[in-house]
Write a protein that binds this ligand. Structure first.
Ligand code: NAD
Ligand code: TYD
Length: 338
């Protein structure tokens, strides 16, 4: 059988997903197509680099020639994880977000259409729905109201997918998940940044009043949901995925300090993120009802396991903190990752 094409497989969720696929499905083979930006780390899949059913291809999803080359050889699905994914970076410079999240999605959709790929999964985010007040949940019918350049670029990608389903009958599905945590997350996002700072006895920057709410899900629960959706989701449908686990940033910070036995004096309240969404919370009853999925990893267990993972992988953290992995890419690929 043809391989599945996973884009962005060297990132946090993509690498967890490839590991999930190769360990749960003895028949599947995977091509990981990744540009190796600052967020892509070959070390995330180092243990699988020589796996007989795994192949890495270095490439940019916005590069039509490179994408056509890999898709024309035959793939049974395109699972699109590749993205610029950090809100703060999108506030600083939105250009790479438009290129990858919008143009890149278009290039993948065109290739899927041209070569008749039987399945397309767009891995998206609850952030496309904007921000909630103190009550209510995002459903699949909530209107799109993205507030950051990141979420706007993801919403644009989602709408392109929708249009290709409608206009060209492309067999695509979209997922929108809440905030993930777990091993291999790049230490610029809240949880890994705070864990790695605390391990080094450095302060942790809490934006604004720390009362913004996120709905946390362990990355393995997300991977299990994605695996069901790309195989069994109904064409043209959107599936929300969430952890049913709302926490304020401050609550979460206190929990991390407690797990690591560090003092609250390490908290620094800093200037708020511009346009900072107040609350995200997901109604995931549709995927529960239709595909029998539910989040299984209790938050405190998942968080303790995640903290332990960062404790157990000091070389992984150090390579990122010193930029060593980028120097390797420069040597290997003749350029600095962006
Ligand atoms: P990440 O930033 O950790 O990884 C992104 C990966 O994409 C990296 O390996 C990077 O090298 C690769 N990439 C970037 N631009 C590329 C390009 N032009 N061509 C090929 N590869 C490219 O991101 P993540 O947290 O793993 O998120 C994966 C997907 O899930 C994204 O689409 C994101 O929007 C979505 N998502 C993330 C979360 C979350 O909490 N992290 C929640 C919901 C949805
Ligand atoms: P983040 O991990 O960047 O995810 P997102 O913005 O996509 O939800 O941030 C999670 C929450 O934590 C968000 O409300 C912003 C906040 N935050 C901080 O307070 N300090 C930080 O240093 C970071 C990175 C985030």
């Amino acid at each position: 059988m043809d391989p599945v094409l996973v884009t962005g497989g060297c990132g946090f969720i993509g690498s967890n997903f490839i590991r999930y696929l190769l360990t749960t499905d003895p028949e599947i083979s995977v091509i990981n197509f990744d540009q190796l930006t600052y967020a892509g780390n070959l070390a995330n899949l180092a243990d699988l680099a020589d796996h007989p059913r795994y192949r890495f291809v270095h490439g940019d999803i916005a590069d039509r020639t490179a994408v056509r080359r890999v898709v024309s050889a035959g793939v049974r699905a395109i699972l699109n994880f590749a993205a610029e994914s950090h809100v703060d970076r999108s506030i600083h410079d939105s250009s790479p977000f438009i290129r990858t999240n919008v143009l890149g999605t278009q290039v993948l959709l065109d290739a899927a259409r041209e070569f008749g790929v039987p399945r397309f999964l767009q891995v998206s985010t609850d952030e496309v729905y904007g921000s909630l007040g103190e009550t209510g949940l995002f459903t699949e019918e909530t209107p799109l109201a993205p507030n950051s350049p990141y979420s706007a670029s993801k919403a644009a990608g989602d709408l392109l997918v929708r249009s290709y389903v409608h206009t060209f009958k492309l067999p695509a599905v979209i997922t929108r998940c809440s905030n993930n945590y777990g091993p291999y997350q790049f230490p610029e996002k809240l949880i890994p940044l705070f864990i790695t700072n605390l391990l080094a006895d450095q302060p942790v920057p809490v934006y604004g009043d720390g009362l913004n709410v996120r709905d946390w899900i362990h990355v393995r629960d997300h991977c299990a949901a994605l695996d069901l959706v790309w195989r069994h989701g109904r064409v043209g449908e959107v599936y929300n995925i969430g952890g049913r686990c709302e926490k304020t940033n401050l609550e979460l910070t206190y929990t991390l300090l407690d797990i690591l036995n560090k003092p609250r004096s390490l908290i620094r309240f800093v200037k708020d993120r511009p346009g900072h969404d107040r609350r995200y919370a997901i109604d995931c009853s549709k995927i529960e009802r239709e595909l029998g999925w539910r989040p299984r990893i209790p938050f405190i267990e998942g968080l303790r396991e995640t903290v332990q993972w960062y404790i157990d992988h000091p070389e992984w953290v150090a390579s990122i903190r010193t930029g060593e992995y980028l120097r390797y890419y420069e040597k290997q690929y003749g350029r600095l990752a962006c």
